[in-house]
Design a protein around this ligand. Sequence first.
Ligand SMILES: CC(C)(COP(=O)(O)OP(=O)(O)OC[C@H]1O[C@@H](n2cnc3c(N)ncnc32)[C@H](O)[C@@H]1OP(=O)(O)O)[C@@H](O)C(=O)NCCC(=O)NCCSC(=O)CCC(=O)c1ccccc1C(=O)O
Length: 322
Amino acid sequence: MAKISDKDLNAVTRRIATISNHLLLPISSGSNSGSSGGSIGLCNAFMDDSYHRIHGEVASHEVEWKSACDEYDKEFTDIIYEKAVGEGIAKITINRPERRNAFRPQTIKELIRAFNDARDDSSIGVIILTGKGTKAFCSGGDQKLRKADGYADFEHFGRLNVLDLQVQIRRLLKPVIAMVAGYAVGGGHVLHMCMVSSFFLSVFDLETIKLVGPKKAREMWFLARFYTASEAEKMGLVNAVVPLEKLEQETIKWCREILRNSPTAIRVLKSSLNAVDDGHAGLQELGGNATLIFYGTEEGNEGKTAYVQHRRPDFSKFPRRP
Ligand SMILES: CC(C)(COP(=O)(O)OP(=O)(O)OC[C@H]1O[C@@H](n2cnc3c(N)ncnc32)[C@H](O)[C@@H]1OP(=O)(O)O)[C@@H](O)C(=O)NCCC(=O)NCCSC(=O)CCC(=O)c1ccccc1C(=O)O
């Protein structure tokens, strides 16, 4: 009987893996049996190419959370703010389960503080927003505090400061992932859409139209029905649906996959994707990022150095590319 070498064995194993990969039917997105993210994971396990050999599997160890605070070191009452030990993930949890995580102005102020901190912390590359418990991600504005001029908790006037939060998430050039267990209603639904890219809730709600198409958007807003997670996935409202017990594990996997990629590329990608819809503000953001990249070049540095040295800049050595 011929003896097979380790090298040959590896080659055979890889060949079988490649063939299995071709034979494997991907789990269609929208299936109840798992997430589209899960199906990607399944295929990855069988993929035999240099990319997968070099990058390997996404780490699957449990994440260790540590309580975090912002520069003011003031305690949070309405949210829980945590960072993963040794990896660039921040997690912000709306902590009002007794009201299905409805937000009041105080909740929004704390969310804004936590998002600011996560934005400014250069060790953080991705942010998770979630709700405490499994009944609701967020049930929107706290209706018990709603007044004629907005929501009022500790002040004499009403606020709609969730709009500031929506803009902040839009402008924050790190990916924000909504980890949704349970209901996402009203302003809570808008918030989770911000993670994929929402800006305004208006009568014609442009973001919903873009995500689900004009017919479905009309159905959603005119009928105001509740949709299940898998219906939301089919409509393109959410990226993946997984069993509840796997929700955090799958979210962390997505975070780790994002963290493998170039932070600058992700930053520019997020601003490019927003620019399409954000008009002047979007182009400003994109232009700002081009400036940031230019600052890092030798050519950009020549301009600044010449200014500081009171001389004319010499740009002659830099190519005028086609
Ligand atoms: C979410 C439910 C479907 C969950 O139902 P269920 O599991 O049966 O729980 P309940 O028994 O109903 O609730 C338990 C407990 O929580 C209280 N509660 C739930 N939601 C809220 C809420 N939103 N505000 C205050 N309190 C809430 C509930 O009263 C119970 O407490 P008790 O003490 O036992 O009474 C269901 O709860 C439900 O339908 N909730 C209401 C959903 C809703 O109407 N949301 C508000 C939509 S309007 C909005 O969000 C405004 C958005 C906004 O701020 C905005 C404004 C202007 C421009 C833009 C925006 C924007 O973009 O967001």
